[in-house]
Design a protein around this ligand. Sequence first.
Ligand code: NAD
Length: 541
Amino acid sequence: MNNSIITFPSPANEPVKAYLAGSPERVALEKELERQSKIVVDIPIIIGGKEIRTGNTGKVTCPHDHNHVLATYHKVGREEVEMAIEAAMKAREEWRRTPWTTRAAIVMKMAELLATKYRPILNAATMLGQSKNIYQAEIDSACETIDFFRYNVHYASKIYKMQPKNGNGFIDHTEFRPLEGFVLAVTPFNFTSIASNLCMTPVLMGNVALWKPSTTALLSNYYLMQLYKEAGLPDGVVNFLPGSGALIGEVATQSKHFAGIHFTGSTGTFNSLWRQAGDNLGKYIGYPRLVGETGGKDFIFVHPSADPKAVATAAFCGAFEFQGQKCSAASRMYIPKSLWQPVLEDIKKMCDEVKMGSVMDPSNFINAVIDEASFDKCKSYIDYAKAADDAKIVVGGNCDKTVGYFVQPTVIETSNPHFKSMEEEIFGPILTVYPYDDDKVDETVELCDTTSPYGLTGAVFGRDRMAVEKISDALAYAAGNFYINDKPTGAVVGMQPFGGARASGTDDKAGGEFNLIRWVIPRVIKETLVSPTDYRYSYLK
Ligand code: NAD
């Protein structure tokens, strides 16, 4: 019997550990890195809690050492995707009826397990498999994942508390029903926390999921499945489907039980999933919920009143941390000509100071980009800039894939505000800068707003607060997460719920209640205590 009204207050964010040499967390992490480096994990498909091995396998390698095989994984075929739909629909019957506080308890246990036993496991897997340094792994696979678990429980409690008014003679209440079917979670490589959150947000609200993990994040994502199981998540609530996204998307969107997509990745992939859902609309029980966070061309806009040191630091960290592969990473900058040289000197100095290499050497600030396709894409933009008349490389520009996929932090300076790399998403450590005439602030703000189809993150720098206000207003639709005098990366759960509009997604804000509400369909119930027995209103009598 559970008749208590349990409260889940707003949690504190998980503290970021320092990993000083010799600290307990550093020792545990080093031990785990060594263990994972010495084994080749066999990653199965997991459907209804059962491990399935199709024998059609692929390899998971270290981006910074691509000869190093971390795991082999089994790919799903059409049959396995259909089995997963069946398993999810079976699990749904019990899961949707499970008291929400029990679901919350399981999710809260995931947070506790990750804060302790699983912390080194997930951090090591994210470092090795996704080439994140210690700090980048800690803020992602440990802290942000834990924050998503704990905050979502708090937000869910707020949603369930949203009840209508009651009058004399009747009782009203709202039931927040999970969607009538399964949710397809399609997740990106760049954040272990996003991969977890895209599954666990619908699941917390009583839904079941088919999970298509990114092939280049499979190692950490497989350990997440182990964490979920240990926390008590029933079999079949999340079904783990490595393999071709195109195949999984096609089979899932053709099912009558398809009820929604929770997606993060590129705009093109989300668009194709949206089209497939549209084409199959007549097959579904209800209108599917399509929630997607997609691409970006995130900017820094510098006003002539800005502090050049602050701009240089933001440009360096915003563009190059985790090799520019954060969806929020700065990739274009508009700067007054009067400030450009001092800022450039500072960026150069920082780039000269940092080292690039394997995650196994903690002194490396920059590691590898995720895979060969990403390396080749970055290199093609650098080569394009080298050959262009209206642009030049002013920092970095070297690439080497002999051992790992290493792209030097690179700054392209251009005199053309519509230069290719000012407009297109690259998703690597490349920042393109357009120095503008100091007296052309308004025109350049307009360029910033209209140059790219995206609207994810952006930052404005300036000490003239009234000018900053004007720019912020002019750029109202250019970013869903907007920063004043700060880099455009580093959103924290509970503080800056994340997402953008335009071609950057549906802006349902991961890490906030706006997202959770997408995974329920409310039913409002009115119960009349003594039912009327006479149809005539009093004026008729
Ligand atoms: P991606 O689109 O290549 O892949 C995302 C997922 O979709 C992967 O699991 C992939 O296997 C799957 N997929 C690929 N083709 C598919 C298809 N035809 N049908 C169904 N699924 C398919 O993106 P990525 O390279 O993993 O991530 C980088 C992209 O993600 C960038 O564009 C970045 O801006 C974006 N991103 C956005 C946010 C945000 O919050 N807006 C956050 C992180 C990443």
